[in-house]
Design a protein around this ligand. Structure first.
Ligand code: UDP
Length: 325
């Protein structure tokens, strides 16, 4: 298939773009390189350097004729979405509206969308199923939920076949690509920076959560398993339908447990500092992933936290200061 990957220079988008190339697809990446890296784009893919807010460029690009779009381009930081909500509504919602309109105009039949467990806010039931009411508590989750809603309406009106994957905490690295954000806000890369001495310590945001050790619990999923799910989702898209799947392993680990796992994998001492809770962070997010397992046949190949950390560690050691440094 000929596929457009928006955000294909970012962490998740670039890994999935690489997988699509290996699977034999023709891949065009659209990215503004604001937070992504040119070096992360697979060399076999064409790069269109553009922003989804440039509506004419998006329409021109889509007019080239595509069999599907995998839409990763977005802002994705909970904390930033609390302090700068306008960015999240403009980029995530406005950018996707431009994309969907251009797709409808060009008759592109398939979409796989990067949604998030942040749509569930502070859920009543954990593990979280797709039937849990979506009540986001930050603009990141709220903007992604708005897009999920928008996609449903486009499926009804224009015959689009779409799959939203609601990611839990994506981590690890593929053989070629990994996580490189500036500033880095994510837990595992920050612990690894402390392990390498690039950062003096890692902060533990919140030690008074209602969890066994007082730190927040998340469900970490290996980026390679997440990539598998995208290939399955692409094949499963059906005209006029919007399917939604949660995507996580179903096991929760606290911040302190993740630090212990990094200590055990790297053999390094990790200096820590306790800090207040980060605004917008829920105490516990763990996936119920039965739906994607049974309906798409997804099965994680690397569900263990140690494997996830080991692969992130290999990438961090090969790129201690990121892709281009
Ligand atoms: N966290 C932390 N120290 C850090 C980065 C993150 O304690 O340097 C915590 C954060 O508060 C959250 C969890 O680790 O409870 C996962 O955060 P991350 O930013 O990796 O992903 P998120 O869950 O926000 O998508």
């Amino acid at each position: 298939m000929k596929l457009l990957v928006t955000g294909g220079a970012g962490y998740i988008g670039s890994v999935v773009a690489g997988r699509l190339v290996v699977a034999g697809h023709e891949v065009v990446v659209l990215d503004n390189l604001e937070r992504g890296h040119r070096e992360a784009v697979p060399p076999e893919a064409e790069l269109v350097l553009a922003d989804l807010l440039e509506v004419d460029t998006v329409k021109r690009t889509l007019a080239g004729g595509f069999d599907g779009v995998l839409h990763f381009a977005a802002l994705a930081l909970v904390g930033e979405s609390v302090s700068h909500p306008e960015r999240y509504w403009r980029v995530n919602v406005g950018g996707t509206l431009n994309l969907l309109e251009a797709m409808a105009g060009a008759g592109v039949p398939r979409l796989v969308f990067s949604s998030t467990c942040a749509v569930y806010g502070e859920p009543d039931e954990v593990p979280i199923s797709e039937d849990e009411p979506a009540r986001p508590i930050n603009s990141y989750g709220a903007s992604k939920l708005a897009v999920d809603s928008m996609i449903g309406h486009f499926c009804g009106a224009h015959g689009l076949g779409a799959v939203s994957l609601r990611y839990f905490n994506v981590a690890g690295a593929s053989a070629e690509r990994g996580e490189d954000h500036d500033p880095e806000t994510h837990l595992i890369p920050n612990i690894l920076r402390a392990a390498m001495g690039v950062n003096p310590y890692v902060e533990i945001f919140g030690t008074d959560y209602p969890t066994p050790d007082g730190t927040a619990i998340r469900d970490y999923i290996h980026i390679d398993d997440l990539s598998d799910a995208h290939l399955l989702a692409l094949a499963a898209a059906r005209p006029s339908e919007h399917q939604i799947f949660n995507l996580g392993n179903g096991s929760g680990f606290s911040v302190r447990e993740v630090i212990a796992a990094v200590q055990s994998v790297t053999g390094k001492d990790i200096p820590t500092r306790e800090a207040p809770r980060r605004p917008g962070d829920p105490p516990m997010l763990v996936a119920a992933s039965e739906r994607i397992r049974s309906e798409l046949g997804w099965k994680p190949r690397k569900p263990g936290l140690e494997q996830i950390v080991a692969d992130a560690w290999a990438f961090a050691q090969a790129h201690p200061r990121g892709y281009s440094k």
